[in-house]
Design a protein around this ligand. Structure first.
Ligand SMILES: [Mn+2]
Length: 481
């Protein structure tokens, strides 16, 4: 069996032995320090030879291969002695040494660790500790109809709370109906509590919002509900009020932020949590293509190692129900083209999450940059819009078109909304609901787009976008006078 040597004396060498003996390679301590040797004899995973480390004969009888050696003192002499007995051993010397294979500087490593541990982000994370350490229990609330990022973030926060012996429950309003999300919750056995009223969480000692930031906005809480913890990556539209607030829009998913908490509080990243967080990231960043940052990718690199990729594959390819396929079929058949925009009314989609998939699907049509798919469920019109390869901000377009008669908004490239049908249709027109809905929705949407809400680019970028006039025909063709 291959072995690794630790050579030296003192507390520093002792600490090193403790750490290395936890690894799978057999650790052998070579020391002249009697106290250290005595301690080492008591250790189960450690072999010790009390001998002069500076002479080759000390190493002569060690069984091959001696894979590596960490030398904490007299590096040059010890290095020579080891190399004489075992020329292939990789010798790492602490401090400067010309005859070792690699140099390790413990004080630099400690300094780096101290800098990391006291970085602004770490100092901020530490502030959630008193809340979790003193709460009797924690109600974690996702946004309505939670997406994988919200659910995974809830799971991670619950794991952190448990570290503080604070029982935590993940709650949501709305439904989990998207096939992938259902597969996610089922395959990873996620415990979630669906709420019909706010009573259940009103009793909780502490409340945390994940993947959204304000009570009553995208959840069913009263707007005045006092909130203890907020962790979110969306830029807020208004000030956020809570005892602990972590708003960080540098990342593409709340799941990326949650890995910081697991690290900081030393919570074990188990397989199902890693799989959940990776799925949360992948969905929110559209497979790492949208609003993705280095921090997301660094977190993803670690999650990939710990996650169950077979389960992730099953979650991401759950198979489509026949009725979902029918709805997408209707979205394709009923599509209406307006230049580079496609709109489609699907009637009752059965499941409103299919609207988003249909809107994605239609975006695949040649020369189409913007799609709007909408349907009617229980007297409410649900809308889903997508934009790609255009400077149009579809979230703002949807808000401008429908916010007065319902609620609508979202990102520049993906957005959604809801409108109560009663606001659009009189009772005596009830026969012709479909065509009235189509007219009102399409007219308002196209009108809002005509006002062209562009994406919020930096001013320089915005000026660089070609103006419409570039595409006008030259005047000699258009003007005959
Ligand atoms: Mn998110």
């Amino acid at each position: 069996m291959a072995s690794r040597l630790v050579v030296g004396a003192g507390a520093h060498t002792k600490a090193l032995c403790s750490r290395l003996s936890e690894t799978s390679v057999e650790t052998v301590l070579i020391t002249e320090d009697g106290d250290l040797a005595e301690w080492a004899i008591e250790q189960a995973d450690l072999t010790v030879h009390q001998a002069d480390p500076t002479v080759p004969s000390t190493y002569a009888d060690l069984p091959e291969p001696v894979q590596s050696a960490a030398v904490t003192e007299h590096c040059e002499m010890v290095g020579d002695a080891i190399k004489t007995a075992h020329p292939d051993t990789h010798v790492v010397g602490f401090g400067a040494a010309s005859r070792t294979d690699a140099v390790f500087d413990p004080s630099a490593a400690v300094a780096t660790a101290v800098v990391d541990a006291t970085a602004p982000r770490r100092r901020h994370l530490a502030k959630v500790r008193p809340i979790l350490a003193t709460a009797d229990d924690l109600a974690i609330l996702t946004h309505d109809t939670p997406d994988p990022d919200a659910i995974a973030s809830g799971m991670a926060l619950a794991a952190v709370a448990e570290q503080f012996d604070c029982p935590a429950e993940i709650n949501y309003f709305g439904s989990i109906s998207h096939q992938q999300n259902r597969a996610f919750v089922n395959l990873l056995d996620v415990e979630l509590c669906r709420l019909d009223s706010t009573d259940a969480i009103a009793d909780a000692d502490a409340i945390a919002l994940v993947d959204h930031a304000r009570p009553g906005i995208n959840d069913q809480l009263d707007r005045s509900t006092p909130i203890d913890i907020v962790i979110d990556h969306h830029p807020p539209n208004a000030p956020v009020d809570a005892r602990y607030v972590d708003l960080d829009s540098d990342v593409g998913a709340t799941s990326s932020l949650m890995l910081d908490y697991l690290d900081h509080f030393g919570v074990d990243l188990d397989r199902s949590l890693a799989t959940a967080l990776l799925f949360g990231q992948r969905v929110d960043t559209a497979q790492f293509s949208r609003e993705v940052s280095v921090r997301d990718l660094e977190a993803a690199a670690r999650l990939v190692e710990a996650a169950d990729l077979t389960v992730l594959q099953r979650i991401e390819n759950p198979g489509m129900s026949p009725s979902a396929l029918d709805t997408i079929g209707r979205a394709i058949t009923n599509r209406r083209r307006h230049g580079s925009i496609v709109t489609s009314f699907v009637g009752d989609p059965g499941d409103r999450d299919i609207l988003a998939q249909a809107a994605d699907q239609l975006l695949g049509i040649e020369d189409i940059t913007t799609t709007l798919v909408y349907g009617l469920v229980d007297g409410t019109i649900h809308l889903s819009a997508r934009a790609r390869g255009t400077d149009l901000d579809v979230g703002t377009a949807l808000r401008e078109a429908f916010d007065r008669i319902g609620s609508a908004g979202g990102h520049a490239d993906m957005a959604g909304g809801q409108i109560e049908i009663g606001l659009l249709v009189d009772r005596d027109e009830a026969d012709d609901v479909g065509s009235i809905v189509e007219r009102v929705i399409v007219d308002r949407f196209l009108e809002a787009i005509d006002d062209r809400p562009v994406r919020d680019l930096a001013l320089d970028d915005r000026e660089a976008v070609p103006s419409e006039s570039v595409f006008d025909p030259p005047s000699e063709y258009g003007d005959s006078r």
